[in-house]
Write a protein that binds this ligand. Structure first.
Ligand code: ACO
Ligand code: ZN
Length: 166
């Protein structure tokens, strides 16, 4: 059992448990074209449980966010080598959207990667995904690059990032 990090109406956001992985994969299959192996979900949960979170309504999962930590060049500082959180995937089931759940998931994942003292958090998003782009902009992410043909179907991605001060 995990404690609630945040409540949004009848929805709670909490850390993911191993037993949440199958429903998390089901949400991913329903909502996004990018899918991952069981092993990948397990390894993200093992490596960064602070930022692998789920949203639950009436005991059913309705959303998730999962992240990893990487070391590499800064998206903000010229020639800086930094610790970066990476949002691998976030989604909310269609019938639960526009209630602040996506925003709550991203905000709590920001708190989770800050617990690990990350300097930045970044992600890629389809250029056509204006809902998600708006959500990230609302939370302070800045579009840093356009990645040509980033997706398997050839669509470009925006690389968006946010920098933390401690
Ligand atoms: N139209 C316009 N703005 C929107 C919309 C929309 N349909 N949906 C969200 N937003 C923006 C708004 O700025 C909104 O703030 P506001 O309500 O004050 O206007 C803000 O996002 C927060 O909205 P939430 O209600 O918290 O977002 P929601 O719970 O609906 O989840 C999400 C947003 C996760 C993008 C959802 O639409 C979804 O699951 N989409 C399909 C999967 C997806 O695209 N995931 C992101 C892929 S990129 C990646 O994973 C790194
Ligand atoms: Zn990515």
């Amino acid at each position: 059992m995990q404690v609630a990090l945040r409540e949004i109406g009848n929805c709670i956001i909490r850390r993911c448990d191993l037993s949440d992985l199958i429903p998390t994969m089901e949400i991913n299959l329903k909502t996004l074209p990018e899918h991952y192996s069981d092993y990948f979900y397990e390894s993200l949960l093992a490596e960064l449980p602070e930022a692998f979170l789920v949203a639950e309504v009436e005991k059913k999962l309705v959303g998730y966010i999962m992240c990893k930590i990487e070391y590499g060049f800064s998206n903000f500082k010229k020639l800086g080598f930094v610790k970066k959180g990476h949002v691998v995937s976030v989604a909310v089931l269609p019938e639960h959207r526009r209630k602040g759940i996506g925003e709550g998931l991203v905000q709590e994942a920001i708190a989770g990667v800050k617990l690990k003292k990350s300097d930045e958090l970044y992600l890629e998003v389809r250029c056509s995904n204006s809902e998600a782009v708006k959500l990230y902009e609302k939370l302070g992410f800045i579009t840093k690059q356009r990645l040509k043909a980033y997706y398997r179907d050839g669509e470009d991605a925006y690389l968006m990032a946010i920098e933390f001060a401690y």
